[in-house]
Design a protein around this ligand. Structure first.
Ligand code: HEM
Length: 425
């Protein structure tokens, strides 16, 4: 058992949260170089924290030693969303997962298909009439997905309510991201208090829906066996949060950029006609541009990660961006090569962690997959596209979700109006 490279510095003064949140990719890159390894020690959220950047380390953290590395019940998510599955542990978490699994699989999942198809068409059918800021279009599509599926509210039938809920979700979200870098005075900022007000208003709308709306997912949720009376509303708040539309928009934006221009015309045609290949493209998109930078746990006892000693109460963070570029598993890790998923990495999608991994992986992964395939297939069947102007800066930022720092503009041209392959760049 070896000592972790790096150091945790002293309380508060040695904290690196600000540096980490400002640019997480440079943060881990510099330290991996300095310590010549993919697992190292630093201090964030004022706690000594192991950074895990290797496939092997992430598998241990999330799968093999998931009973030791626990969710943090005092996490910021608890302040914003209340007690939800995200921050509970043990039997309670298992029971919640069991209850919710019926919402995201089988008949419930099947029943969402028609709605998903309809809103994808509605949002994506007119892309060629405007120069598109794709991230915003995709985020509003994602918002319509969650508000329609989880609350039965959509902009055609109830425009004012829809608008009100969307704004409240955004305010609530801004509070969530305003707090974590504030190490000395945690949990306080003006954005945070606005967020708490937004939460109260959202909760009132949600409770009303749970009481009076008996159809769709909100109806099913109201009848699930849950630990207490506030559980259904807290979880609805989580499911409609701005977090999910942002993550969906992140993946759709990265897909659009990766497949843009004449140089990718063959990739687009192949993805349109070969469902397996579209699957490979989407795996490669989430490998290189995972929407969330990673996740955090706390060690409940002394243990090891990748052979390094981790004392009890240390934090542990997996960095998906780094895990997905581990050269031990992914040859030429920075290149976009969908083919790798049919070759050397065939059957290895369980090594990715864009949706977490192990017993606490994302419960919305099937819904997300169905939605992404529908939206991407619509784009592939109807458009060629390119980044326009081609000179715009496309550098990514990684928080709160991964996307180009300046929202990219894309030109879409309809396939039925243009000769194939003429996407303009
Ligand atoms: C692009 C879309 C999405 C991404 C990238 C994503 C990503 C993730 C990740 C990384 C985790 C694990 C966090 C950790 O290890 O600490 C997670 C957990 C979770 N996700 Fe998702 N998610 C997405 C969509 C959804 C959707 C659509 C839902 C449901 C409406 C959902 C509900 C959840 C829940 C409830 C958990 C917590 C599970 C647990 O702690 O046992 N997610 N998600």
């Amino acid at each position: 058992m070896s000592k972790l490279p790096g150091n945790a510095g002293v309380t508060v003064l040695g904290d690196k949260s600000v540096e980490f949140y400002r640019d997480p990719v440079s943060f881990y890159g510099q330290r991996m170089d300095r310590h010549r390894g993919r697992v190292f020690l630093s201090r964030i959220l004022n706690r000594p924290t192991v950074f895990v950047c290797s496939v092997r380390g992430a598998r241990e953290l999330l799968c093999e030693k998931s009973n030791i590395f626990q969710k943090d019940p005092t996490d910021l998510m608890t302040n914003m969303y209340g007690d939800t599955i995200v921050t509970t542990n043990g039997e309670e978490a298992s029971l919640l997962r069991l209850s919710f699994s019926s919402l995201f699989t089988g008949n419930s999942l099947e029943s969402t298909k028609g709605y998903v198809t309809r809103i994808c068409e509605q949002h994506l059918k007119d892309l060629s009439s405007r120069g598109q800021c794709s991230y915003s279009v995709y985020k509003s599509l994602g918002t319509q997905l969650v508000l329609g599926l989880f609350l039965n509210v959509n902009p055609d039938e109830q425009p004012e309510l829809y608008q009100e809920i969307s704004c409240l979700c955004t305010q609530h979200w801004h509070g969530l991201i305003s707090a974590p870098v504030n190490v000395k005075v945690p949990m306080w900022s003006s954005g945070f208090s606005t967020a708490l007000e937004a939460r109260e208003k959202l909760m009132a709308i949600i409770k009303d829906k749970l009481q009076n709306d008996k159809h769709g997912l909100v109806g099913t949720l109201g009848s699930l066996p849950l630990p207490d009376s506030s559980s259904a509303s807290q979880h609805l708040l989580l499911f409609i949060s701005a977090l999910i539309p942002k993550a969906l928009a992140s993946l759709l934006t990265s897909f659009t950029l990766a497949l843009s221009g004449n140089q990718q015309v063959e990739t687009r045609r192949k993805a349109q006609t070969d469902a397996d290949y579209l699957g490979f493209v989407l795996l490669e998109v989430q490998r290189l541009w995972p929407p969330f930078i990673g996740g955090r746990r706390i060690a409940s006892q002394d243990c090891t990660i990748a052979g390094f000693h981790v004392p009890k109460d240390y934090g542990a963070v997996y960095i998906s961006h780094a895990v997905h570029r581990d050269p031990e598993v992914f040859e030429d890790p920075d290149s976009f090569r969908p083919e790798r998923w049919g070759e050397r990495n065939a059957g290895q999608q369980h090594l990715l962690c864009s949706f977490g991994n192990g017993p606490r992986s994302c419960i919305g992964v099937k819904l997300t997959d169905a939605f992404l395939k529908e939206a991407c297939m619509y784009l592939l069947q109807h458009y060629d596209w390119c980044v326009d102007p081609s000179t715009q800066a496309l550098q990514y930022k990684w928080l709160p979700v991964s996307r180009p720092a300046n929202s990219p503009t894309i030109s879409f041209s309809r396939l039925d109006e243009n000769p194939p392959g003429h996407s303009g760049s």
